[in-house]
Write a protein that binds this ligand. Structure first.
Ligand SMILES: NC(=O)c1ccc[n+]([C@@H]2O[C@H](COP(=O)([O-])OP(=O)(O)OC[C@H]3O[C@@H](n4cnc5c(N)ncnc54)[C@H](O)[C@@H]3O)[C@@H](O)[C@H]2O)c1
Length: 287
């Protein structure tokens, strides 16, 4: 028994892909699931599927960039379930393109959904997490691209770095409350990410344009190996176990250890260079 049985999980972006897989995984633990998505039909259809399988579930429309829609969902969760044990802030939208072509509208959209939307989700449901008995966890979806940054997705990657930093601070700030924070780093997954992102972009910000040449660069730098791209279900096969173990990070699939190590080594080297230079200066001044 994982201790999640009988608890409630809230998942954003649950209408499809990774969020729908998370909703399934939490239902399989015996949890009630609140599936939230900007696509109402998709959220309702995922919830209906879970209910058909015997899990209590509701599907509701929210726009994570709009705090009021999340507060309304939280009020409903409070009335129906009283509290929640897991909040998966999973929504992230994608805009490809070299950084010099990313417009102010692109930035506004990506930051308001991927970064502010994540904070909105956490803040809307934090009182319900604090009210819960048993395990309490927040799951945040970042990306392998935030561990191994590659060209033509720089704006998206910037937001996924932000999620990593946000999660690292949140984990420390919620430690006293006993609420765990796990950041998930997926590599490529077979989902509708590009299409759903395009559909969710507010029309006032203009159309999201994807150029073939940008896609080609993204594919060419996606790494190699037979698990560069997988299904969302496969990607989160170990998520519940790692989350319950209080793991800060979950790398779902892919083989980028060498690049991750090289990047961390460059940061360590910069730190060591700074210490050496400071020590040399201090020694010179002491002479
Ligand atoms: N697909 C990949 O290759 C990949 C790789 C790494 C990380 N990710 C991340 O995984 C997460 C899920 O993406 P996915 O691949 O499952 O895509 P997906 O298209 O299957 O699911 C994303 C869902 O988010 C919803 N959504 C979009 N904007 C929203 C908003 N403002 N408010 C509420 N819901 C909104 C969409 O309607 C869609 O149902 C994202 O954070 C994405 O950045 C995806």
């Amino acid at each position: 028994m994982s201790g999640l049985q009988g608890g409630t999980a809230v998942v954003t972006g649950a209408g499809s892909g990774l969020g729908a897989a998370m909703a399934d995984a939490f239902a399989a633990e015996g949890m009630a699931v609140v599936a939230l998505d900007i696509n109402r039909e998709a959220a309702e259809s995922v919830a209906a599927g879970l209910e058909a399988g015997g899990a209590p579930a509701v599907g509701r429309a929210v726009d994570v960039a709009d705090r009021e829609t999340l507060d309304a969902a939280a009020a409903e969760v409070a009335a129906r379930f009283g509290s929640c044990n897991v909040v998966a802030a999973n929504v992230g939208v994608m805009q490809f393109g070299p950084l010099e072509r990313i417009t102010a509208d692109d930035w506004q959209w990506l930051l308001s959904v991927n970064v502010v939307g994540t904070a909105n989700t956490v803040n809307a449901f934090l009182p319900l997490l604090r009210a819960a008995d048993g395990p309490r966890h927040i799951v945040l979806t970042s990306s392998m691209a935030a561990l191994v940054p590659t060209p033509r997705q720089g704006a998206y990657i910037t937001t996924k770095f932000a999620i990593t930093g946000y999660g690292d601070v949140l984990r420390q700030e919620l430690a006293e409350d006993g609420i765990g924070v796990t950041v998930v780093f997926p590599s490529g997954m077979m989902t509708t990410h590009l299409e759903s992102s395009r559909a969710a972009r507010p029309s006032a910000l203009g159309e999201s344009v994807t150029r073939d040449e940008d896609l080609e660069v993204v594919v060419a730098t996606a790494g190699t190996g037979d698990d560069v791209v997988t299904t969302p279900d496969d990607a989160i096969a170990d998520l519940v176990t790692d989350m319950l173990a209080g793991e800060p990070y979950v790398v779902t699939h892919g083989s980028r250890a060498a690049e991750i190590r090289a990047r961390h080594r460059a940061i360590e080297d910069a730190h060591a260079r700074m210490r050496d230079a400071r020590d040399r200066r201090a020694a010179r001044e002491a002479r």
